[in-house]
Write a protein that binds this ligand. Structure first.
Ligand SMILES: Cc1cc2nc3c(=O)[nH]c(=O)nc-3n(C[C@H](O)[C@H](O)[C@H](O)COP(=O)(O)OP(=O)(O)OC[C@H]3O[C@@H](n4cnc5c(N)ncnc54)[C@H](O)[C@@H]3O)c2cc1C
Length: 336
C-alpha cells in the first residue's frame, strides 16, 4: 500500500541542497508498489528521484516525487571467472561499489565515490577515470508506466553513449528502473589505469588490486571535487562537447594548447578548459558559484542559492563559451 506524503522538504534529498518542497512524495519498495503507480500518477506531474545527485530543482515541485527504494542484491549466476549480480535501484551506488571491491568483484572500482543510487547508474551511463558503466551492465529491469508493463532490456537495447542511454531519450520519465544486472570479474580483472595520475597513485597504494584502485580514485576525487554535504553541487554541470575535425583545426590555430580527446573523425574538448579560459573558475555570482578547483562543477556557494540562480549562472557560462569558441555546451544535470 503506497503511503503518500504531502508538502515534503526536498533539501535533504538532492545534492544541490536548494530549499524546495514537493507537493507530494511516495516511496516504492516492491512490484506491487510500482504497479500501483500508473493510477496514482495519472494526469499528474511526476518525477522519479534517486539520490538526487544529478538534478537541479528550479522551484517547488508541483506534482509527485517517486522514490524507488528497492535494496535487494542477488547473485544470478556465478562461475570461476565471473559473477552476475542483480542490484536493487534504491541501493546507494558507492556502497554497492564498496561491496564489490571487498568481495573481489571487478569492473566498477573506477566508479568509486560517484554519488547517487544504482537505479540511476544506467540512465546517463555513469563514467569516470576511463570507465563507463555500460562496460559491466548486462541488463536493466524496469516498469513502463505508459504501457503498464514490466520490461528487461539487455545491454544492447539500452542505447548507451557518452552520458546517454535510451532512459534519457525515448524512455525519459516513462519508466521506473527497479534493478540493474552487472557482470563482474572474479579474476583476470581488466584494470583501467590510463587516466591522469591513476596508475602512479595505484602503485603507491600497493599495486594493481581492486582496493588500491578504489582508494586511489577516492583520493583523486576528494582532492578536486566538492563534497555535496559541505557544498551543494551535482558534479559536472556540463557535458564535454564534441566538435568536428574542421572546427578543431581552426580553433587550434588560435589556441594551440587546447586539450582534446580523439574520437572517430571528431574531437571531444574538456568543457572545464573552455570554461576556465572564459575566466569563470572560482567565480561567484550571488549565491551560486563555479568551483575553484574544477570549473565544470557549479556550486550552491553558501547553501542559500536558488535553483534559478544556478541555472542563470550556467546560461551565462554557456553563452560566453559559445561566443568565444563557437562551441555549444549541453547541461549534464537534469533541470527540473
Ligand atoms: C560530487 C558529484 C560527483 C559526481 N561525479 C560523477 C561522475 O564522476 N560521473 C558521472 O557519470 N556522474 C557523476 N555525478 C552525477 C551523478 O552522481 C550521477 O549521474 C548519478 O548516477 C545520479 O544518480 P541519482 O540516484 O542521484 O539520480 P537522480 O539525480 O536522483 O536522478 C537523475 C535522473 O535519473 C532519473 N532516475 C533516477 N532514478 C531512477 C529510476 N530508478 N528509474 C527511472 N528514472 C530514475 C531521474 O528522474 C533523473 O532524471 C556526480 C555528482 C556529484 C554530486
Amino acid at each position: 500500500m503506497l503511503e503518500i506524503l504531502n508538502d515534503v522538504p526536498l533539501k535533504p534529498l538532492h545534492t544541490f541542497g536548494t530549499d524546495v518542497r514537493a507537493e507530494a512524495f511516495v516511496k516504492v519498495a516492491d512490484r506491487e508498489d510500482v504497479e500501483a503507480l500508473p493510477d496514482l500518477l495519472k494526469e499528474r506531474n511526476y518525477l522519479i528521484l534517486g539520490g538526487g545527485s544529478n538534478v537541479l530543482f528550479t522551484d517547488n515541485y508541483r506534482g509527485i516525487v517517486v522514490k524507488p527504494v528497492m535494496n535487494g542484491l542477488n547473485t544470478l549466476d556465478e562461475s570461476e571467472g565471473h559473477i552476475v549480480l542483480e542490484a536493487g535501484a534504491g541501493l546507494d551506488w558507492d556502497a554497492f561499489v564498496a561491496f564489490c571491491v571487498k568481495n573481489g568483484y571487478g569492473g566498477v572500482e573506477n566508479l568509486s565515490l560517484i554519488p547517487g543510487n544504482v537505479g540511476a547508474s544506467p540512465i546517463q551511463n555513469i563514467g569516470a577515470y576511463g570507465v563507463e558503466i555500460e562496460k559491466v551492465i548486462e541488463g536493466v529491469r524496469f516498469f513502463n508506466l505508459a504501457e503498464r508493463g514490466w520490461n528487461a532490456y539487455a545491454k544492447g537495447q539500452c542505447g548507451f553513449g557518452y552520458r546517454q542511454s535510451v532512459f534519457k531519450k525515448a524512455l525519459k520519465n516513462k519508466c521506473v528502473i527497479v534493478s540493474v544486472v552487472f557482470r563482474l570479474t572474479k579474476k583476470k580483472h581488466d584494470f583501467q589505469l590510463g587516466y591522469g595520475d591513476l596508475s602512479k597513485l595505484v602503485k603507491e597504494k600497493g599495486g594493481e588490486s581492486l582496493q588500491a584502485v578504489r582508494d586511489a580514485v577516492i583520493e583523486i576525487r576528494q582532492g578536486k571535487l566538492p563534497d555535496p554535504k559541505v557544498k551543494g553541487n551535482a558534479g559536472s554541470f556540463f557535458k564535454n562537447p564534441v566538435i568536428s575535425h574542421v572546427q578543431f583545426i581552426e580553433l587550434q590555430k588560435i589556441y594551440p594548447d587546447m586539450p582534446f580527446y580523439d574520437l572517430l573523425g571528431e574531437k571531444k574538448i574538456p568543457a572545464a578548459w573552455l570554461i576556465e579560459k572564459c575566466g569563470w573558475k572560482g567565480k561567484t555570482i550571488g549565491n551560486a558559484g563555479v568551483h575553484h578547483k574544477q570549473a565544470l562543477v557549479l556550486v550552491n556557494a553558501n547553501g542559500m542559492a536558488k535553483g534559478k540562480e544556478i541555472v542563470e549562472l550556467a546560461k551565462q557560462i554557456k553563452n560566453s563559451v559559445q561566443s568565444r569558441f563557437q562551441i555549444e555546451l549541453d547541461f549534464e544535470v537534469n533541470i527540473v
